[in-house]
Ligand binder design. Sequence first.
Ligand SMILES: Nc1ncnc2c1ncn2[C@@H]1O[C@H](COP(=O)(O)OP(=O)(O)O)[C@@H](O)[C@H]1O
Ligand SMILES: [Mg+2]
Length: 259
Amino acid sequence: MSNLFEIKGLKSEIEGKEILKGFDLTIKAGEVHAIMGPNGTGKSTLASSIMGHPKYEVTEGQVFLNGEDVLEMGVDERALAGLFLAMQYPSEITGVTNADFLRSAINARRGEGNEISLIKFVRQMEGKMKELEMNPEFMHRYLNEGFSGGEKKRNEILQMMLLEPKLVILDEIDSGLDIDALKIVAAGVNAMRSEERSFLIITHYQRLLNYIKPDHVHVMMQGRIVRSGGPELAERLEAEGYEWIKEELGIVDETVGQA
Ligand SMILES: Nc1ncnc2c1ncn2[C@@H]1O[C@H](COP(=O)(O)OP(=O)(O)O)[C@@H](O)[C@H]1O
Ligand SMILES: [Mg+2]
């Protein structure tokens, strides 16, 4: 299996405060990796830095998608290259309907002259919404506006299913979901697993990993990966929390910047 995604020595700061402190990770094509870690360790910072969010300044390191230098790309180019982030807190965009937003995103991927027909698009969107048990009215609602937490999360998965990215980052997709919604979202993710697509699943809780089985589990603390293992690592975290790792590492407080 080839390396689909590589992060090497990534350092990133926000408002002059270094959050990522040399982050390394290699994901092979088809693999599912989970990142777990206490609040404030930089998980969302990692996701946003990969996507090129302007608030985060990458000061060192490299990111490659299928060997292509991601940090050299603009934000739009990263999405076009096949990076996708389901955000922890998806933003609301008034005036743009869900359908309009998705159709332009799909057409941007397909390129000029190769746009998807309206009928085909509607059929696809309806089909995926059905799989996610979403009310058809969400097609014409403004993007995320007034959506509940759970509806936003389903909508992120809907985008992922229609955009067919190469590397999918899910940032706490399980937060705000009840168990039935969690199962639906997990089924949507599992349906998208393939030998050419990889996933980076950021989660607080092991529960999600009962439904989306990861190949590798990493623990992130203070801006870098401090432990890696298989699914059994997630189970140990669920049972024992993070204290044992902190003790092994001699960390007094998990908050970044206090080491
Ligand atoms: N806009 C911001 N301004 C200043 N500090 C921030 C901002 N966003 C995040 N941080 C800080 O960066 C650190 C990492 O945050 P985050 O990446 O969201 O952690 P996690 O997702 O692991 O909970 C935290 O200490 C947080 O307070
Ligand atoms: Mg976060």
